[in-house]
Design a protein around this ligand. Structure first.
Ligand SMILES: Cc1cc2nc3c(=O)[nH]c(=O)nc-3n(C[C@H](O)[C@H](O)[C@H](O)COP(=O)(O)OP(=O)(O)OC[C@H]3O[C@@H](n4cnc5c(N)ncnc54)[C@H](O)[C@@H]3O)c2cc1C
Length: 453
């Protein structure tokens, strides 16, 4: 990343997940020292999931927008993924997409790729790149207990933390909350009296999705016309879905999901049976002869949550949240890590702009929150409309819900027909372009024609 002018001496990042690692890179150009405080120990192998990221045992798709953002922050990190054996998935071609009415959807080479990689492997590659940055330190085994206010109690001047049984206070000009939970930011807002009685405005969608993931050896003799499968449910009749992805080590990772009282089970026989109930036999037949080489790990995701920090009338100085601390998505579309990486890239840009203009670090908050709101708009909307197809989803339906459904159905049909629209939709789904690109006349006209037919 460009620019090396200083905005401060010390920056702290709370949490060493994808958001924290990427944020540390953004900060490293503008602070003398950046320290990542992570409660977990850092695994010295790419095969070890961490307790602090329990979802890391589930399939974690890395969208093309995500690996591109990470590669902009850490030039060469995609080479590390290649070296680690993470398969490239040519969009439109390598993943067999199954959706009602299209089993499978039209397969075409859309000219770009995403990666199949496990979460621990991705984090390992990114952490190694962070450790190579001269002024960033990764302090493992350090649990942050809470924020420390400045003497005037209007801003955050550091954190209290615990390490090897000892409590200490760490000071910094900027604290980035990449804890996933955002508890630190909420505590800071309370401590500095900034939220008042209303709290932080947030939008939630109660989805109650159960996931089960397991890893398989890919049978050696298999000849198929795909590398992975994305099976979307016939909603609202059923919420059962499946995502079979190739990952490093010539393995498949299969995630099965279902909502409310239809969560997939955690035993091998039940897991295989659940796969066999999907609308097509593609996944069940593929894993039939494949050896399961992990246990089945389960995860329950209750609600998506978007915190509108940009609407908090006065936000404390010295603090920025990032990643899941701001927005936690229904994981079905594999967006969370990509959004965290895009936010870190936005942070890098606003820090560089502030440094170039000779402004202070305080000036980055407003443009950062504006960028975050723009980044989050597309992935939130992509996930929210399908969620509300289910009657038991809790939350406020989009006002134009029925129209959105009709638009979505027409878009799917038009996408099957037109290669350029297919490419655009895949770019939007991979968070490379905003959903507003669909309004460009050459695309909108064809979607409208489909709606009218
Ligand atoms: C079931 C499931 C499947 C998912 N699948 C995908 C997918 O396919 N693709 C995708 O992109 N995303 C997926 N996600 C979302 C993804 O996991 C998150 O969006 C992403 O991890 C957010 O990164 P983060 O850095 O903000 O938070 P996290 O990755 O949660 O990292 C937070 C870090 O902070 C540390 N921490 C927390 N509190 C403290 C403290 N007090 N002191 C010190 N350290 C602390 C934690 O140990 C952790 O390391 C999925 C999520 C779930 C639940």
């Amino acid at each position: 990343m460009g620019g090396s002018s200083r905005l401060g001496r010390e920056a702290l990042v709370v949490g060493g997940g994808i958001g924290g690692l990427a944020a540390a890179c953004a900060l490293s150009n503008h602070f003398e020292r950046v320290t990542i405080l992570e409660r977990d120990e850092a695994p010295d192998s790419p095969a070890v999931p961490r307790p602090g990221v329990p979802q890391g045992k589930q399939l974690h798709a890395l969208l093309a927008g995500g690996h591109r953002a990470l590669d902009e922050l850490f030039p060469g990190v995609v080479d590390d993924l290649d070296e680690a054996g993470a398969p490239r998935l040519t969009q439109g071609l390598d993943l067999r997409i199954e959706r009602p009415g299209f089993d499978p959807f039209v397969q075409r080479d859309l000219g770009f790729y995403s990666y199949g990689v496990t979460r621990p492997q991705l984090e390992f590659c990114v952490r190694r790149r962070v450790e190579a940055l001269g002024n960033v330190r990764f302090e493992a085994g350090c649990r942050v207990l809470g924020p420390v206010s400045t003497t005037d109690e209007r801003a955050i001047g550091g954190v209290r933390c615990q390490r090897a049984g000892r409590s200490e206070t760490r000071s910094a000009e900027l604290v980035v909350d990449a804890s996933g939970t955002g508890e630190l930011t909420l505590a800071a807002l309370r401590a500095t009296g900034h939220t008042g009685t209303a709290g932080v405005p947030e939008t939630t969608i109660g989805v109650d999705i159960g996931y089960s993931s397991a890893v398989f050896d890919i049978p050696a003799d298999a000849s198929r016309g795909w590398k992975g499968v994305m099976h979307l449910p016939d909603a609202p009749r059923t919420s059962r879905n499946g995502l079979l992805f190739p990952v490093e080590g010539h393995r498949w990772m299969l995630a099965l999901g279902g909502r409310h009282d239809d969560h997939p089970p955690g035993d091998e026989a039940g897991f295989r049976e659940y796969a066999a109930t999907l609308r097509t036999r593609t996944i069940a037949d593929a894993i039939g002869p494949a050896k399961m080489i992990s246990r089945v790990d389960r995860f329950r995701f209750l609600e998506s949550r978007l915190r509108h920090f940009e609407r908090v009338p006065s936000f404390p100085g010295g603090l920025l949240p990032i990643g899941d601390a701001i927005c936690r998505f229904n994981p079905v579309f594999g967006q969370g890590m990509t959004v965290a990486a895009l936010q870190a890239l936005a942070l890098a840009h606003v820090l560089a702009a502030a440094a170039n203009a000779g402004e202070t670090v305080e000036s980055v908050r407003r443009p950062f929150f504006e960028e975050v709101a723009a980044i989050v708009d597309t992935p939130w909307a992509l996930a929210a409309v399908p969620d509300f197809v289910y009657a038991r989803t809790v939350g406020e339906r989009p006002a134009d819900f029925a129209a959105s459904l009709r638009f979505g159905a027409a878009l799917t049909r038009a996408t099957a027909r037109h290669a350029d629209l297919h490419k655009l939709v895949a770019e939007i789904q991979n968070l490379m372009r905003p959903r507003s690109a669909l309004r460009e006349p050459q695309f909108l006209e064809r979607i409208m024609a489909e709606m009218a037919s």
